[in-house]
Write a protein that binds this ligand. Structure first.
Ligand SMILES: Cc1cc2nc3c(=O)[nH]c(=O)nc-3n(C[C@H](O)[C@H](O)[C@H](O)COP(=O)(O)OP(=O)(O)OC[C@H]3O[C@@H](n4cnc5c(N)ncnc54)[C@H](O)[C@@H]3O)c2cc1C
Length: 878
């Protein structure tokens, strides 16, 4: 059976081939073969066929005679009627007869008088009652899980607001799925394809009870194929269910592509496909990846009585499905995997109102798959699949706002959180719940409606990566870093488990190193009452001979002594080829005194430092207005472009950034920083100084992963080069590395947000004294380093070890077998070795070896103990 079952097979052919092989090899007077199999595709299509099995027979020679055949049948099976399950309905037992010709010339030749062709019965017979019940309970569980996924989606952001939904049910079976879905969410239009006449009749009954309008509810007793048109299906639908239809499709990929055309914008295609032994998840999923349609995949477990599975097959099944075979299983049962694959149609992708662009650096990477899960189960599946490597990748990246290079990695599974963009403000508790895919612009605008603000960053499109890694902002002197305001984090852990962090201990790692510990789907943050902010910008065009270190010193001194309610940012940049400029931008959250009343703020530089000065009137504005007023977004900042006659301006500039943290900008540090701008390969480079300290510095370093707190200025060193100019790109990379090297000795730390997974040295400066604690937490919570595409927490050696595990060096179990006299210890050792090896199974990392006393030791023992026979000690091992 094993030999013939290895190839692409049908039960009928398998039966014939076995019979013919026996006939060929043994040349007996007759051969009878009876096969009884369960077909999951048949069972999954409805409860009516559940528990049924298909029996095929092959008979030739003497067994063609009814007498021998009856004897054979009763010997093999006994009286089949006595074995029918009590729960089986007469319909279940209905026998479908079909005759298959098995031309058997050899049998004819050899056996002479026997018929030249044999006939086979293909009949459905019920199996034992206990198996039936076992299967029932598991199938029910699966439908429950599937239903939950679909209902979650129907109630989610895409379709949640729609009063009634349209459903196209392909391969609807007897309607168990639609019956459950229909009871949980209002359905406006339903169209089903079910080729089986009796199932479709039952389906009609089920659907009639859903209370749908008769015209909008059509059950077609026919097959859905690649020829089926959208008109025939009554148009596109919000939910398209493709239930167990892929088995016989010659190209699963094109079948799926065709089905996708039936999905309305904002809708979803759900594919339920049962993985059968021999077909790997990889092969199926890669077909879907190629089509760029894979949305996400759930692997379910169903308990089945699959006696035919060998031990190896069970191990394989358990590996692919992440199921512990010992769970609920006796020795004769095994688990079987099932996939539900959610796909977005290309239309749905492009029509969606939220489109998330990722950074240029991220786009240059080549991920294994990009998925946009809309359910928690989807996120969980991705993490579990990465931990097991079942989708061909061991790494998961997350797209929040997509601003860093770390949201994509080569060969990684990328989870795009764009569908988790909710922002819910609670004005009573002054808190806001935000989805893991929300942007700071959306959060700011929503909070403003309630007169609240959350300390976030300065670009509206930046996402959760900012909050989870720090969040330097204009309100930080007043209310701390963004991460200091996290109250609760809901996330999917690297193991795939749903978890919540709300205590100080649990929140520690999410306040600065969040991306290393989970895929965050919701954060609750503290919000503050704030009306408007008084903002003012001043630009100084510096004279040529100015000592830039003096400019830095003046700025540093004045800014450091300002009250916590006021932030004074600085910019060092080139407004023209001729001269550098220094600009300040003040943000006053307590504008009662006004900036002019604060000594020195209006005029931080003496008049002999600059040739001209432009100063805005201080204006009241909302936090969201500041997004457009950031100096590097203003026209004045880009004046340089217009100032050089005849210069061809690059259509697009790309930028590279590094952010270092300084306690002060005086002396050598100030000189180093100003030299950096002068030596940049292009004059589009600049340094943005964000004024820190205050509340951001008041937090104890040990209270959050963002361990570097003793700084007053964050300096974002930015190099820019024209898009496509590789020489200038390389020069900018080198310049930036050199710049960091130059000023690093004066820095209090490094901002970890934009560090890449191989920046091991800089990462230590980002986490300071917390480095060791975070490394331990990482090993505890993400031992396989699944979330490794961000600022690294492990040492380079440790990370490499996880990728390529070195031979086992850890503790070992030593079993000592001893006895005072007589033989048998070696024999016992071998027996123990065999049993242990069997117990540990195919776990490649465990090895059981025997070490006996050496002959030399035995000789020594014999020499030291009179009367001991050395020869017997060495040779008598019986
Ligand atoms: C134009 C610009 C302006 C900036 N302004 C500021 C600023 O004002 N203040 C400041 O502090 N920083 C600022 N930054 C730096 C910024 O904080 C980082 O680049 C940050 O990593 C971007 O986060 P993101 O979600 O937009 O990016 P992404 O690239 O999507 O994510 C960055 C990292 O966070 C992880 N991540 C994102 N979302 C989740 C999630 N839901 N769950 C788990 N992990 C997640 C990703 O895996 C990735 O490692 C700015 C950057 C740019 C490019």
């Amino acid at each position: 059976v094993n030999i013939f079952a290895q190839r692409l097979q049908l039960q009928e052919r398998l039966t014939t081939e076995i019979g013919k092989a026996l006939q060929d090899c043994l040349e007996p007077l007759g051969v009878a073969v009876m096969m009884e199999c369960r077909h999951m595709c048949m069972e999954m299509r409805g409860v009516q066929t559940t528990g049924a099995s298909t029996r095929t027979q092959f008979r030739c020679g003497h067994f063609s005679s009814p007498r021998y055949w009856t004897e054979f049948e009763s010997a093999v099976h006994g009286d089949k009627n006595s074995r029918m399950p009590p729960t089986a309905t007469p319909q279940t037992l209905a026998t479908t007869k079909s005759t298959v010709s098995c031309v058997d010339p050899k049998a004819n030749d050899t056996i002479g008088e026997l018929p030249s062709a044999t006939s086979m019965d293909t009949s459905r017979v019920a199996t034992e009652a206990d198996n039936y019940r076992l299967y029932q309970s598991c199938a029910t569980n699966e439908v429950e899980v599937m239903t939950k996924i679909i209902v979650d989606f129907m109630r989610g952001p895409s379709l949640g607001q729609k009063p009634g939904l349209s459903v196209l049910d392909i391969g609807a079976g007897n309607g168990r799925l639609i019956e459950t879905i229909g009871s949980k969410r209002s359905i406006e239009a339903y169209r089903a394809f079910e080729e089986n006449g009796s199932l479709s009749e039952e389906l009609k009954q089920v659907v009639s009870k859903l209370g749908l309008n008769q015209e909008s509810c059509v059950v077609l007793t026919k097959t859905f194929s690649e020829e089926t048109s959208i008109q025939e299906a009554g148009g596109q639908a919000d939910i398209v269910l493709l239930s167990h239809c892929l088995y016989y499709s010659s190209s699963k990929q094109s079948f799926v592509h065709h089905a996708i055309k039936f999905v309305a914008p904002g809708g979803m295609l759900f594919i339920f496909h049962r993985w059968n032994p021999g077909e790997t998840l990889d092969s199926l999923s890669s077909a879907l990846y190629d089509a760029s349609v894979l949305h996400h995949m759930h692997v379910f477990d169903v308990l089945l009585n699959l006696k035919h599975l060998s031990k190896e097959e069970r191990i394989r099944v358990s590996k692919y499905t992440n199921i512990n075979l010992s769970h609920q299983c006796d020795s004769t049962t095994a688990m079987h995997g099932c996939l539900a694959i959610e796909c977005f149609s290309d239309d749905t992708m492009t029509n969606t109102s939220i489109s998330r662009k990722v950074s240029y650096e991220a786009r240059r990477k080549n991920p294994h798959a990009i998925v946009t899960p809309g359910t928690l189960t989807g996120i969980q599946s991705c993490l579990r699949a990465a931990a097991l490597g079942t989708l061909g990748s061991h790494q998961v990246c997350v797209v929040g706002g997509g601003h860093s290079a770390n949201c994509y990695a080569d060969n990684a599974i990328v989870i795009d959180m764009k569908r988790w963009d909710h922002v819910v403000v609670d004005s009573l508790t002054e808190t806001v719940r935000v989805g893991g895919g929300a942007t700071i612009g959306a959060i700011t605008v929503e909070c403003e409606k309630y007169g609240l603000v959350v300390p976030l960053g300065d670009r509206p499109s930046v996402g959760m990566g900012l909050v989870l890694q720090g969040g330097i902002n204009h309100l930080m002197r007043w209310r701390g870093l963004a991460c200091d305001n996290i109250l609760r984090v809901e996330y999917v852990a690297p193991s795939g488990e749903l978890q919540v962090a709300s205590s100080a201990e649990e929140l520690f790692r999410f306040r600065g190193a969040g991306p290393s510990f989970g895929v965050v789907h919701e954060i609750t943050m503290k919000a503050y009452k704030l009306g408007e902010i008084l903002a003012q910008t001043t630009d100084y065009l510096l004279v040529h001979h100015v000592d830039l270190s003096q400019v830095m010193l003046r700025y540093s001194e004045i800014a450091t002594n300002l009250p916590d309610s006021l932030c004074l940012d600085g910019f060092l940049y080139w407004p023209s080829h001729e001269a550098l400029a220094f600009a300040t931008a003040s943000f006053d959250t307590d504008g009662e005194n006004g900036p002019s009343n604060i000594p020195g703020i209006a005029d931080i530089l003496p008049t002999d430092f600059y040739s001209s000065k432009i100063q805005d009137e201080p204006t009241w504005c909302k936090l969201s207005d500041l997004f457009d007023r950031e100096l590097y977004m203003t026209e004045r900042f880009h004046l340089r472009n217009a100032a050089v006659p005849g210069e061809v301006l690059p259509a697009k500039l790309r930028s590279l950034k590094r952010c270092l943290l300084f306690a002060t900008l005086d002396g050598a540090c100030g000189s180093g920083l100003s030299e950096i701008v002068r030596s940049a390969p292009t004059k589009w480079a600049y340094i943005h100084f964000l004024h820190g300290g205050g509340a951001a510095g008041a937090v104890e370093p040990s209270e959050s992963a963002f361990g570097c707190r003793n700084w007053a200025f964050a300096a974002v060193i930015t190099g820019r080069y024209p898009d496509g100019n590789q020489a200038l790109e390389m020069a900018t990379v080198c310049w930036l590395n050199k710049a960091v090297e130059t000023v690093m000795p004066y820095a209090a730390g490094v901002y970890g947000a934009d560090l890449g997974p191989t920046d091991y040295q800089l990462a230590q400066h980002a986490f300071g004294d917390n480095t060791r604690r975070l490394a331990l937490l990482k090993r505890l919570h993400d031992p396989l380093n699944v979330l490794s595409s961000c600022c690294p927490l492990l040492t380079e050696e440790r990370a490499a070890n996880i990728l390529n595990p070195s031979p086992y060096k850890g503790p070992r179990v030593v079993i000592i077998i001893c006895g005072r006299r007589f033989a048998g210890k070696d024999w016992l050792a071998e027996a123990v070795q065999k049993s242990l090896a069997r117990l540990l199974g195919k776990n490649g990392s465990s090895k059981v070896s025997i070490a006996s006393l050496s002959d030399a030791t035995k000789r020594m023992y014999a020499a030291e103990n009179p009367g001991v026979d050395a020869a017997r000690l060495i040779h008598d091992r019986q």
